[in-house]
Structures are given as C-alpha cells and as structure tokens.
Design a protein around this ligand. Sequence first.
Ligand code: URA
Length: 487
Amino acid sequence: MHSIVLESDTDFEGWRKAARQLVLNDIAPTHVRWIVAGAELELFSALPETSLSDATQGTFNVSAKFVELAQTAILHRDPERFALLYRLLWRLRDNPDLIHVAIDSDIAKLQAMAKAVRRDEHKMHAFVRFREIGREPKSHFVAWFEPEHHIVELAAPFFARRFADMAWSILTPDLCAHWDGHAISITPGVSKADAPTKDRLEEVWLTYYANIFNPARLKTKAMQNEMPKKYWRNLPEAALIKPLIAQAERITGDMIAAEASAPKKPQRREETMVKSHATKTAEHSGKESLAALRDEAADCRACHLWKDATQTVFGEGPQHASVMMVGEQPGDKEDLAGKPFVGPAGQMLDKALKEAGIVRDKVYVTNAVKHFKFVPRGKFRLHQKPATPEIKACRPWYEREKASVKPELVVAMGATAAQSVLGKITPIGKTRGQIIQADDGTQVLVTVHPSYLLRLPDEDAKAREYAHFVDDLRIVAKHLSAAARAA
Ligand code: URA
C-alpha cells in the first residue's frame, strides 16, 4: 500500500504531482491511500509515507475538462475525494472519452461534487454578513461563516473585488481569509466565539430586509431552497424570518376571510378555468421547468459578470404566465436579494402595474442580463449598462425562460430588453406602445424602463412619462383580460 500525504485539504498541486507519479509507476488505485497532513496523520503513523521518484519518465494527457472539475471537486469535504480523482485519472488514461459518460458512477460523483462545491461558493457569496469593528477610518469588517466544503480560498477573491476598499476578515472553522486593501492572506480556522456578534449597521440591514420581504410573494419552500436553514444561524436577518412568515400567514388568512364574503363567481367559468389550466400544463409538460432552469442558471459563467455579482438573479412568476416582462439587469438590491425588481425601479414598476390594473404575481418578471454589472465607488456599487456581448451571452436564458413559460405577450422595458427580445438594437421611440412581432413570431410590446422615470429631473416630465408608461401597461392589462376571457 502506498501512503500519500497531502499538505492540506485543498492541496490540488500535491495531489496532481503524486497522482502523475503513481500513474507513471503503474500503481493501481486500490494500492493507494490518501492522507491529509495534520490531526488524522496520527491515525496512520504506523504507515510509511511513500516517496515516489520525480525522475519517472513518460507523459500522458488528460482533458482540460477533467482538470477543471478535479480542481473544484477536490474542495469537497468527502474524505474519499482524492481516491475518486485518482481512480478517474487511472481510468481516463486508457479511456479519455470517459469524461463525457455522464452515467458512469465515478463521473456522476465527480460532477455532483463539483456542483456542490460551486453551490457552496455561491451561498458563501450571498450569505456572508460583515460586522464592523472599530470606527471609520480604522474600521475592520469581520464575518463568521461555516462553509460546507473547503471553499474559503476559492471564494475570497470575490470579496476582495467586491469590498476592495475595506479591510475585512472572514472567519471560518477551516481557514480565515483577510483583506487589507492590497492582498488576501489566509490563516488557520478559529471558533465562532472569536467572531463579533453585533454592530451599528445591523439595525439598518434588518429594517431594509423587513422592507423588501413581500408577504404577497412569500413562497416558504422556494425560500428555504434558496436560503437553506443551515445558513440561518449566522444571518442576522434570520431572526426576522419566522415572525415575518407568521405575519404573512396572518395577512393571507385575513385576505382569504375577506374573499369569502365576496360574491361567488359563476360555476361554469371556474370550471373552464381549471380545465384550461390543466390543458396548458399538459402542453408544457416535457419542457424545461423554470425551477430546473433557475438551478442551472445559478452556475452560469457565459460572460464575466458572475465574478463580481453576488448571485444570478433569475426571473420570477407563474410557470404559465401569459405575459412576460423583461427588464435590463438586476440592480444593487436585486443582486443582494436574488430577486428581480425589488429595489427602487421595482417599486416604480409595482406602482405603475397596480395603476394599470395588473397584479404583478400574475406576470413573469425577468431581466435580459441576469447578473448585476457595476463599478465599485467607495461604499456604493454604481450600475453599468450591459454591453452587447453580455446581452448576447445571457440571451439563451431569456429564450429558455420564454420556451418554458410560453407567454402570449413579452413586454420589453428599455433598450437593453428590446435588444435582447427583438434580437437586434431597436430604438424604443420607433415601436413603443404597439404590439409588434419579433422575427421568431413572439408578440412584443416595447416600452421604457421604470428607472428612466426615476432619473427624470423635472417633475412635470416625470408625471407625463409615468402616465405614458401606465398607458403602455394598460395595453398589457387588456391583453391579460382577453387571455383570461379566452381561458
Ligand atoms: N432594473 C432592472 O432592469 N431589473 C431589475 O431587476 C432591477 C432594476
């Protein structure tokens, strides 16, 4: 038996070097034991460490895809990962195409491990909460996080880019990452007792969270999926979740009670609606579900925007909405909340929809670009308009959302949305307010983006433009009632 000691849990270079020598020495996977230096080494102290000669001649190639997956999967916490990677390397030497055989149990395990690591990295990006120690200009921001896998070094560059001008430390039980404004340093893990528990910004954050928590759009299961309970214990806002859900349930209960006293709808029409919904569901069955698309989009790397954004902000709304509204890209608030149109532009949209007689929850709302593009300016992140390559890179998501929802009308809000929906740069003034047909046959209504209304400096112009926007949305409202009548 050959015992290979790796320097750390994330020692990919050590694994790679040893694995290469083992393969070239023809040492079968069943004869190799992988050990991480440290506490566990004592258990194996009776075993001599294998020293493999570096001088072994010969080469063999593995695909870049395997290397990329292995670099990610090695960060998984499963103690068997080193053995799995070596077994795969051994098998790939004679069968390079194995990497494409998704049903092979080793390949499937490798893929699943890499996926779990990437998901954990996303969760860390989204759920790290810094607390301020000391006061400006000497303040230091400290966060406590408990990653599921060995992802601290992987995730740290994201925080260095995002919070480039603040000194921060992320403490975890495995490793701690620190940023001093110039370089990242890594130190050993610490215990939770070493992390601060409260700061002066906490009240502000809690108030903001309670404000963006929309009881009308509460989907407890989806919420727990996005924010698994295991992360709650380190999120200051988690203490608010239960009371907010209880409050939402109370409000829903009141709404249901109020509806009970309203006049009953004619029976025949209700039956038709149920039947029509079932028919629609059958029509869509076999297509990609929005839930599956959302899951896949969480890992999107089609352009560079994912690097600095907190998360992919996917569309939201009913699976079979007859109207799909498309904006430009998530803003600062959307990037943090993981939901489209929840910030100032979203409030403007909600107000205009209401005035036009449209219930937002009945339409599917999404963006042409699904990651927030910004430049950091001090504590702020300034919105940047997406460029054509970014719009094009993201377009397949819009197309797949559209194929899944099958809306009868798509509303493109603003120039970026119009470019994505119509597949070419289209001045808004030319087509605004008319239902036109895209090259693929989609019925499209082009209008302005709600944030355009927010930017107008003159109050009269603001009121005029807002009324025009509501008029455009009334066309959508008419369409919705016609669709409901037809159903
Ligand atoms: N602007 C957009 O285009 N989309 C959002 O989700 C928020 C602001």
